[in-house]
Write a protein that binds this ligand. Structure first.
Ligand SMILES: Nc1ncnc2c1ncn2[C@@H]1O[C@H](COP(=O)(O)OP(=O)(O)OP(=O)(O)O)[C@@H](O)[C@H]1O
Length: 309
């Protein structure tokens, strides 16, 4: 796309009366408002149904025997030590990976039975917030956020594109002058907020966040956490948040799933050691869960010693 051809100045003039959530956002210390309507889901039907999922890579079993549902409107944090399969699980939910066995239903439809065209259509219902924001370096922020609209809804008028980009930049607390900048000209925290704005422009039903706070200072991490909550209050969206950040898991999630590496378990043992509200993490029955959330190596040291012996 030739960004020079975009009527960006017109677009930006439309942003002039936008009220960013917090003008301090230029300095990355903005805290978005939370006084917004709570859009509770109208029903509690599962949006995602996973049945007996397993994933192998070259005979190396990463996930097995996973059966879980995710209800519409839930925010699920997926935690667990590095390499246990959190990202693989998340990618499988949005058909970026194909199950070795088992099924993943999204809104009752088996994603792996869809034709490429049907899958592309369904993916418009997903929003992705990547670990590194994954913005296009050659496009300014306005065009980055406009990109999914122009790609997926090419008949949308430029007027509407401007309105929607403006709305979503405001929602993530970015001031209007950011729209003219390029990704390299803004901080990592601002890039993550642009990534969230871009994920929201197609009004997804499911948003997956891959390590949304990794690499951010504690204040900016909390801004991102607030934005995840803010997004949930604004829209009846279902969210899956893969994170190492226990503060994020506790703050944004109404449900936490903790995975354990398959290779460290015996046949038939569940790979999900905990599945419940974050308030119960500290008192989980499984010692490995309590150790994980407290940041104690505990059993893992003994297990690793045995594995290396
Ligand atoms: N496409 C792939 N091909 C082969 N192996 C893969 C692929 N994707 C992931 N893996 C392997 O699967 C395992 C789980 O990876 P995954 O990225 O899900 O871990 P994770 O729990 O998200 O870890 P981290 O917290 O470090 O990101 C790793 O051993 C990884 O190397």
């Amino acid at each position: 796309m030739n960004t020079e051809e975009q009527p960006i100045d017109d677009a930006l003039s439309q942003l002039d009366d936008a009220s960013p959530i917090d003008d301090r956002s230029q300095d990355d210390d903005a805290s978005p408002i939370d006084d917004v309507p709570n859009t509770e889901p109208s029903n509690a039907a599962p949006l995602i149904d996973v049945t007996n999922l397993s994933i192998d890579f070259d005979g190396n079993c990463i996930l097995s025997g996973i059966t879980r549902s995710i209800t519409r409107g839930q925010t699920v944090a997926v935690i667990g030590e590095s390499g246990c399969g959190k990202t693989v699980f998340m990618k499988t939910l949005v058909a970026l990976l194909t199950p070795t066995t088992g099924t993943v239903l999204f809104d009752g439809v088996d994603l792996n039975q869809l034709t490429p065209a049907q899958l592309a259509q369904t993916r418009r219902r997903f929003g992705f917030v990547f670990q590194n924001a994954a913005l296009f370096d050659s496009m300014n922020i306005f065009d980055n956020v406009a990109f999914p609209i122009r790609q997926n809804e090419p008949t949308t008028s430029e007027d509407e594109v401007r309105q929607r980009v403006r709305k979503h930049l405001v929602e993530v607390g970015l001031p209007e002058d950011v729209a003219r900048k390029y990704p390299a000209e803004i901080s990592g925290g601002m890039q993550k907020r642009v990534g969230l704005a871009r994920a929201l422009v197609l009004q997804p039903e499911l948003i997956v966040y891959d390590e949304p706070t990794t690499g951010l200072d504690p204040i900016m991490s909390d801004v991102i956490n607030e934005l995840i909550l803010h997004t949930r209050r604004l829209y009846p969206v279902t969210s899956v948040v893969v994170t190492h950040d226990m503060h994020t898991a506790r703050k944004v999630a109404d449900r936490v799933m903790m995975f354990y590496p398959r290779r460290m378990l015996d046949e038939g043992q569940s790979q999900i050691l905990f599945d419940g509200p974050p308030s119960q993490l500290e008192n989980a029955d499984d010692r490995r869960v309590r150790q994980f959330v407290r940041g104690e190596a505990g059993d893992r040291i003994r297990e690793m010693s045995r594995a290396m012996a």
